[in-house]
Design a protein around this ligand. Structure first.
Ligand code: NAI
Length: 308
């Protein structure tokens, strides 16, 4: 198994670190445009292998796409992250050029790969990758829901006083502060709906905190987060590599599902060796469906910028 991570910055390196620790690949290529950067990060990570006991061989390269040849999974994290006060949407122009170029280069050497797009604004970057690559829609996935759902579980766990890992909770919609939809009515703790365990005030607090979860961290750290984004991406990679068929909220191309066409949005997806193997049809309330349509509208107007 060979995996490539493009972008050796905060998220890419953390993702690579998780992939290596979980031994998801024999060979892991870390590629960055910045001279020597990926090489340095890779050597640093390889120098943890004797301590952590993993056998993945990590190789860092500067823009050398030939080294990525025959990768079965490629993660794209290259692009600018947001700074305090910025929205993900403000990154669109710069990141669209980066993501398009990276996708074209990757496909020259790995024409049948599965791509996971992390760069923001993710919904639009994922759509762009779909259109640029021409790959079947099951082979392109966007990471955003894995992260937002994990944040949702974290905030729920604070109110419930339980472990985040004991919760089932998903976020769908767009991967933006105003477009994501934490499905509070579908969230459960040990099969008990959390709506039975939390007051309406607590539920609203959790939903709000989840939606601005990324911005909260950007305000505290000074740039966007990386531990949970890196781990969320590696979880998706793991489900593909080990064919785990995990249900992970992910950005996928919709062709009528949830009432939307020709757009990438986050929905519950079964992820296995073929990528996005099945989109699950959650029964949404009228209010949730209306919120989903509103998110689609916002993402669609961002996508329009790509052709402007
Ligand atoms: P970073 O600035 O630490 O790393 C980005 C890396 O991309 C840099 O090392 C840069 O040299 C590299 N790069 C830029 N252009 C490139 C090119 N053409 N080819 C190869 N490498 C290139 O940023 P960070 O924090 O790692 O974030 C990366 C992206 O992921 C950002 O767009 C950020 O907004 C996004 N993000 C998405 C999340 C999600 O849930 N989808 C969560 C967190 C971040």
């Amino acid at each position: 198994m060979k995996i490539t991570v493009v972008g050796a910055g905060a998220v890419g390196a953390t993702c690579a670190d998780n992939i290596a620790r979980k031994e998801l690949a024999e060979e892991l290529i870390l590629l960055d445009i910045k001279e020597g950067f990926a090489e340095g990060k890779s050597i640093d990570m390889m120098q943890t292998s004797a301590l952590l006991g993993f056998d993945t061989k990590i190789k860092g390269v500067t823009n050398d796409y030939a080294s990525t040849a025959d990768s079965e999974v490629v993660v794209i994290t290259s692009g600018l992250p947001r700074k305090p006060g910025m929205t993900r949407e403000e990154l669109i122009g710069t990141n669209a050029n980066i993501v398009k170029g990276v996708t074209e280069n990757i496909l020259k050497y790995s024409p049948n790969t599965i791509i996971i797009v992390v760069s923001n604004p993710m919904d639009t970057m994922n759509y762009l990758t779909l259109k640029t690559s021409g790959l079947p829609k099951n082979r392109i996935l966007g990471m955003g829901g894995a992260l937002d759902s994990s944040r949702f579980k974290y905030y729920l766990s604070l109110e419930l006083g339980c472990s985040p890992a004991d919760l089932n909770a998903v976020v769908i919609g767009g991967h933006g502060d105003t477009t994501m939809i934490p499905l509070i009515n579908h969230a459960t703790w040990n099969s008990i709906p959390v709506t039975q365990l939390l007051t309406k005030e607590q539920q609203d607090k959790v939903v709000k905190a989840t939606m601005v979860g990324g911005a909260t961290l950007t305000g505290l750290i000074g740039t966007s987060a990386w531990y949970a984004p890196g781990a969320g991406t590696a979880t998706m990679v793991e489900s593909i590599v080990r064919d785990q068929k995990k249900l992970i909220s992910s950005g996928v191309y919709l062709d009528g599902e949830y009432g939307q066409k020709d757009i990438s949005l986050v929905v519950p997806v079964i992820i296995g060796k073929n990528g996005a193997e099945k989109i699950l049809d959650f029964k949404l309330s009228d209010e949730e469906q209306a919120a989903f349509s509103k998110s689609a509208e916002a993402v669609r107007s961002m996508n329009a910028v790509l052709t402007d």
